[in-house]
Design a protein around this ligand. Structure first.
Ligand SMILES: Cc1ncc(COP(=O)(O)O)c(C=O)c1O
Length: 467
């Protein structure tokens, strides 16, 4: 190590030590600090003004946090069970990742691009590709970009070119894929494309429904057969979330996907797994790995927990020169941290039937079962489009809870009650609606999770009494 390197390393270690010391007081939830309530109000007003619409709730961070705990601008400390919709898998103020980011931050460039990059962009793409290959997907290349929507646009173009301009897409009902003009016509939420002219023709098939596994599987296969027959050779791809996120945290099994993927493959329709929300959080690093579906993957997209995002494809899909470029691949810090996140997930005890993610989910399931048994009045039947659903579900670090029959008003109010009680969460689903948790799997302990669930349970009981 030369003297500059050792100097930088010492400076980094000092920074991290200072960061560690400065958050040592964050040991549990606490209410807002009276002196700082006005600061939060001011920030919320500024946010609403500059963005043109108000925040859903007062979740503006102070910049300090420790593990699963985040301090907000009013000085309150809360359990972060949504982590920026799954982005901060190692929670807040992680010292190792901060050290990686600090080292990256003193390099010559903040942003790396298509025309000129440093080693971080190469390492990030290589690390993601190696992980996908280990998971069983024969990915030849990886193109990094700054958002899930952007890598999904890249993937869509790659598929279209490989299929000689085929204009249609096959996707599942209730899927979410991003918010560009094209993607908002693939995602199945009419509100996300209100006033936006149709850019893509999407053919939808039903997703697996736990209330009717056989019926929904048979209907999906019949729908896919009909779609392919109606538009032969017109599909650029069949894109899917292997656990639907926005759609309601539904974790479909291998038996549902395999016949659909076989059928798509027999018609040369490229298969694209959108792992932007699932990456890192389920029973394996990739959900396709856990379902042993990697062999079907032609395209994979990844984001959120990886900080940078990536589109990966098989060799045969490598696009011709000119299709892909862009000013930014990502920031030096984000790609260095993303590489470190993947390395950490590769080495640890996260996956498998007894891994940390499975243990977290088992703890969640046990708490939910007990809660439903003890407070049945708060858990009336959840009736979905195909029948009655269990009032909780998901897999690994993707958890849904459905009290009060999944009525929208109750779910939205509960999310606010949790917030007041000290837990950040969000909702998902299209009716029934669900509370969704994307906890920081990399740092949340079972003991901490129990504290979180105490707050959740108390808020549900209080809502039941007051409504
Ligand atoms: C499955 C899936 N695909 C794509 C996206 C879009 O990612 P981004 O918001 O980074 O553009 C998301 C984001 O929630 C997602 O969950």
């Amino acid at each position: 190590m030369n003297s500059t390197e050792s100097h930088l390393r010492m400076a980094r270690d000092e920074l991290i030590a200072a960061m560690d010391a400065s958050t040592a007081d964050i040991t549990g939830i606490r209410p807002p600090d009276e002196d700082r309530v006005a600061d939060m109000a001011d920030l919320l007003a500024r946010l609403a003004d500059v963005r043109g619409r108000p925040a859903m709730y007062a979740s503006i961070g102070s910049g300090r946090g420790r593990g699963a705990l985040v301090e907000l601008a009013d000085g309150s400390v809360k359990w972060d069970m949504i982590t920026g919709i799954g982005v901060n898998g190692f929670g807040h103020g992680d010292l190792e990742l901060a050290g990686v980011a600090a080292t990256a931050a003193v390099q010559d460039i903040v942003m790396q691009g298509n025309l000129h990059c440093n080693i971080e962009a190469i390492k990030f793409a290589e690390t993601l590709r190696a992980a996908a290959r280990r998971g069983g997907a024969d990915m030849a290349h990886c193109y990094p970009a700054c958002s899930g929507g952007r890598v999904n646009e890249i993937a869509l173009k790659v598929c279209m070119q490989a299929r000689n301009g085929a204009p249609r897409v096959i996707a599942f009902e209730k899927n979410f894929i991003g918010r560009t003009v094209a993607l908002s016509h693939i995602g199945d939420s009419p509100g996300h494309r209100e006033g936006i002219p149709k850019a893509i023709q999407t053919d939808y098939l039903p997703y697996w429904d736990p209330a009717d596994p056989d019926g929904s599987s048979a209907d999906a296969l019949a729908a896919l057969t009909a779609i392919i027959a109606e538009h032969p050779n017109r599909h650029a791809c069949f894109v899917m979330e292997l656990v639907q996120g926005e759609g309601g945290f539904t974790a479909a099994p291998r038996e549902f996907f395999a016949p659909l993927l076989e059928l798509a493959r027999s018609h040369d329709i490229p298969v694209w797994f959108d792992e932007i929300q699932t990456f890192g959080r389920t029973d394996r690093m990739f959900r396709f790995e856990g379902l042993d579906l990697g062999g079907y993957a032609d395209i994979v997209t990844v984001g959120k927990m990886t900080q940078g995002c990536g589109a990966l494809w098989r060799d045969a899909f490598n696009p011709r020169l000119g299709l892909l470029s862009g000013t930014f691949l990502g920031s030096t810090a984000a790609m260095a941290v993303g590489t470190s996140v993947i390395d950490r997930l590769t080495g640890g005890d996260w996956y498998g039937p007894d891994g940390h993610n499975a243990r977290l989910f088992a703890a969640f399931a046990a708490r939910c079962e007990a809660m439903v048994a003890a407070h049945g009045d708060c858990f009336p039947e959840v009736v979905g489009p195909r029948g009655v659903l269990r009032p909780w579900g998901g897999t690994g670090g993707m958890m849904r809870l459905t009290p009060f029959g999944g009525q929208k008003d109750a779910i939205v109010e509960l999310v606010h009650r949790f917030f007041k009680g000290g837990v950040l969460s969000f909702f998902c689903g299209h009716g029934p609606f669900h509370i969704r948790f994307l906890p920081p799997i990399g740092v949340l302990t079972l003991e901490q999770f129990d504290e979180v669930m105490d707050i959740v349970e108390a808020a549900i009981i209080a809502h039941g009494k007051e409504s």
